[in-house]
Design a protein. Sequence first.
Length: 240
Amino acid sequence: MPPTIDPVRPPSAKGPFGHALADLLDVLLPARCAGCGADRTQFCPACRHILATARPGPTVLPWAHATALYTDPVRQLLLAHKERGALRLAGPLGEALGRAVRSALGPHAGRAPLLLVPMPSARAAVRARGHDPTLRLASAAARSLRRAGLDVRAAPLLRHARPVADQAGLTAAERRRNLHGALTVLPRARRGLADRQPVLVDDLVTTGASLVEAARALAAAGLPARAAATVAAAGPLRSA
């Protein structure tokens, strides 16, 4: 069987009623904004505006676009979703990722069916967090792009083929050597997906070594990626 498509449907994706209920809970239950710490809301209007109006652009890899820089409040929003289980943030973060996808594809966006391929998370990390944040963001981005009229699906095609060393403190060249050959495509993953053009997606790009390795693994399986997109970039964004 091919990988499950869009298996994650957080409450933020359930339409106006879901949004209204979430906003009501924000009022009734004391909380702090995950982005800036503002009182009595998990996602304040100011942080929502910053995320929604960020302009995507190319990163350290010209074919990989990001929506915003990895600075607060975007950094805090990503960490809250990834590490602290703030799953309601998947919707707005997914919309931001969807804008990066469209930026990366440029005028060709929507001309062919797309397949969003999330960077794989280690099984131990998924168990510890209780969810796969990158897969969740990919699914949310796919829904956002479908609402805009694009033919988009998301599927976890990649897996780790071997352990890798901790990337902290490694140079860009060392990261590339550390990751080369570390990813592979899931067996039979191409079934039913050959007509779709893959786009790699992730929450963050730093040196780009992970995306380069993922692109290599997809190309080796006969599924060359058209582009890549992330919510944030650790380095400056270039003009598109």
